[in-house]
Design a protein around this ligand. Structure first.
Ligand code: SF4
Ligand code: SF4
Length: 336
């Protein structure tokens, strides 16, 4: 019943999408920010575009840019940040915990990251749970050494396994201060991955578990022949509609200060989604440029990358939640 109602509402929203003023779902200022603290990674997954990143793209965000990000967060009252847009392992960013502390001091209320768990022991499990992100999504091939080494192409299975189990156990001991989700991305079947003995404990301790059975081709970069046997390339991609992809509604700041749209598949800085650079453009100005990209899409000219992307995200079903998220902080501020 609920699903039917939601689909009917989404259908109505879809029909009148371009008539909805963009400020309704974008807000006057950015409310969410994707920050690439680093675009370097300590793994080299077969299914990820990281393997094609240039040396120039593989960079950490310098303090100078991070300080500017902090100023912009304060200025705009941004309350939500995500630390792992498209490629890069956030835990290897220099001084990552200090940076997360600064984000909190700047007023951010929710910090999320996706991580491969390989570096947890270097940061310290207690440190990560006490001062780290609120929500941690762990991307892992599964509790199988050979599969892990084949898919993530690094030789640290035991360490990674111990880091994952250790973090979940420590989180329980501290009365679960953090949300920890396990995202299985191995080349085995879901049944096989879920049946590993370690999974019994993970089921008790993780907030959620999901398993990916198909991988996306990252705008054509990943070819089926290059993948281990068990992986399948995603076959049915959602078709683009006249509604601009949901991923075009938020800004992403890269280590060099470049401001882009799409924290998902825009790995190579598509000029159609490039907004400016933080060194010369405050975030509010970047935010005001988002409607130009959206309007072009509505006129039948989506960014080049989107035309071959299989990760199109229809914004209609999430519109109500999005509006609530965008305007909540304004009401909160006014009431305070
Ligand atoms: S999926 Fe994540 S861990 Fe794997 S190479 Fe890409 S950025 Fe690194
Ligand atoms: S269609 Fe793909 S590339 Fe375009 S904004 Fe969406 S996720 Fe990004």
């Amino acid at each position: 019943m609920k699903r039917m109602a939601r689909a009917t509402i989404a259908g109505g929203i879809r029909r009148f999408w371009s008539a909805i003023p963009k400020i309704v779902y974008l807000g006057r200022r950015p409310s969410v920010l994707f920050i690439a603290l680093t675009r370097k990674c300590n793994a080299n997954c077969v299914f990820c575009a990281y393997q094609f990143a240039t040396t120039e793209q593989r960079a950490h965000m310098p303090w100078e840019i991070f300080d500017q990000v902090i100023e912009e967060i304060k200025r705009n009252g941004i309350r939500e940040v995500m630390l792992s847009p498209n490629i890069g392992e956030p835990t290897i960013a220099p001084d990552v915990i200090e940076k997360i502390k600064r984000l909190r001091r700047a007023g951010v209320r929710h910090i999320a990251m996706t991580t491969n768990a390989l570096y947890f022991n270097k940061i310290g499990l207690d440190q990560l749970l006490t001062n780290g992100p609120d929500s941690i999504d762990i991307s892992f091939a599964g509790f199988d050494k050979e599969m892990y080494e084949r898919d993530f192409r690094v030789k640290h299975y035991e360490k990674t396994r111990d880091n994952i189990l250790g973090l979940l156990r420590a989180n329980k001991k501290l009365a679960r201060p953090r949300v920890i989700n396990l995202r299985l991305r191995g080349d085995g079947s879901v049944e096989e991955m879920m049946a590993k003995p370690e999974m019994a404990e993970v089921r008790q301790l993780a907030n959620s578990i999901s398993a990916m059975t198909e991988v996306d081709n990252w705008l054509g970069l990943i070819e089926e022949e290059a993948l281990p046997m068990g992986y399948k390339l995603q076959s049915n991609s959602p078709p683009l509609s006249h509604l601009p992809c949901r991923m075009l509604q938020d800004l992403t700041v890269h280590p060099d200060g470049d401001i882009h749209l799409c924290s998902c598949r825009n790995v190579s800085g598509d000029p159609d989604m490039h907004i400016g650079n933080l060194r010369h453009m405050p975030l509010i100005e970047a935010h005001r440029k988002i409607p130009d990209v959206l309007k072009k899409w509505e006129q039948g000219r989506p960014p080049k990358s989107c035309q071959t992307c299989s990760m199109y995200n229809d914004p209609a079903p999430g519109l109500v939640g999005r509006v609530r998220q965008v305007w909540a902080k304004r009401w909160f501020r006014r009431a305070a």
